[in-house]
Design a protein around this ligand. Structure first.
Ligand code: C2E
Ligand code: MG
Ligand code: MG
Ligand code: MG
Length: 278
């Protein structure tokens, strides 16, 4: 979605950040200032229930409103934020911002709306994450069941014991725990059962060729069946066409997210396009 990029190229950011080049240090400083200067913003992507064509929830996706480069997508700066540890502060900002936006939408009468927030491993392994989540929920009065926290398989496989205990604390608060990009990571079925999950998000690489590629279709069918058997919700990511949506619905996967419904959009646009008729 290059249209999000206002002019300019990213060659400046494409440095190998692994080597601490001068560029990467500059960039780190810029990221740090971005937080202070309030240059981050959240876009929201609808998650639809295809059964009744209703908005089930939204996923908060961060962008950096860079003074010179324009809107910078997360794949460009989240990796560096993770390497530098800044992700912990950025992630807390995202959580607070997303939940307070959800509160505003609830106050406008859309009380069924859910919010999904992405977490990074460092945040997840921080030790006080459940306290932060608890505090944010208490401050806003949002019901915990309306907050989905997204983690990837690899994040939870880094340190499975820690992951399980953190997830149990979060689960006790009543929030949902969603596995993002499911099917692309290194988790095994036996591990999956040990995690207190609520939702699997099927990665968009499986959805992309679902109509043409038998293997992708078999995998998707398996994930859907497995989710049902494990009593988990399942959401398909990256749904771009009506045909893909129809196929998924025929397999009884009705929660969907993707460009077919909408790309991630600013809060105001989401209100205009999705939150008008009560
Ligand atoms: P993700 O959490 O898997 O988010 C979905 C990504 O897929 C988004 O990219 C979204 O724009 C894109 N997408 C949605 N529908 C479609 C579709 O139909 N087709 C295609 N081709 N793409 C689609 P985005 O917003 O650039 O985010 C990329 C990744 O950055 C996210 O992947 C997530 O891992 C990370 N990220 C975004 N926001 C945050 C955040 O606040 N915190 C952390 N830790 N990571 C974040
Ligand atoms: Mg996500
Ligand atoms: Mg994903
Ligand atoms: Mg991802």
């Amino acid at each position: 979605h290059s249209k999000e990029v206002a002019g300019g190229s990213y060659h400046f950011y494409d440095e190998k950040f692994g080597k601490r080049t001068i560029e990467s240090v500059k960039y780190e400083n810029a990221l740090y200032r971005a937080l202070e200067r309030d240059e981050f913003t959240l876009y929201y992507q609808p998650q639809m229930d295809f059964c009744n064509n209703r908005l089930f929830g939204v996923e908060a996706l961060i962008r950096w409103n860079h003074p010179e480069e324009g809107l910078v997508p997360p794949d460009i700066f989240i990796p560096l934020a993770e390497q530098t540890g800044l992700i912990v502060q950025i992630g807390e900002w995202v959580l607070r911002e997303a939940v307070s936006q959800l509160k505003k939408w609830h106050e406008k009468g859309f009380t069924d709306l859910n919010m999904a927030v992405n977490l990074s491993a460092a945040q997840f392994e921080q030790g006080n994450l459940h306290r932060i989540v608890k505090q944010v929920l208490a401050e806003t009065g949002i019901r915990p069941g309306q907050l989905h926290l997204e983690l990837t398989e690899n994040q939870i496989m880094r340190n499975t014991d820690l992951a399980i205990s953190t997830m149990n604390k979060l689960k006790q608060l009543g929030v949902h725990l969603d596995i993002d990009d499911f099917g692309t990571g290194y988790s095994s079925l036996s591990y999956l059962q040990r995690f207190p999950l609520t939702t699997l998000k099927i990665d968009r690489t499986f959805i992309r060729d679902i109509l043409f590629d038998e293997d992708d279709r078999a995998l998707t069918d398996t994930i859907i069946t497995m989710a049902k058997n494990m009593d988990l919700e399942v959401i398909a990511e990256g749904v771009e066409t009506k045909e893909q949506a129809d196929y998924l619905a025929s397999r009884k996967c009705t929660l969907m997210q993707g460009y077919y419904f909408s790309p991630p959009i600013p809060a105001k646009k989401l209100e205009n396009d999705f939150l008008t008729n009560h």
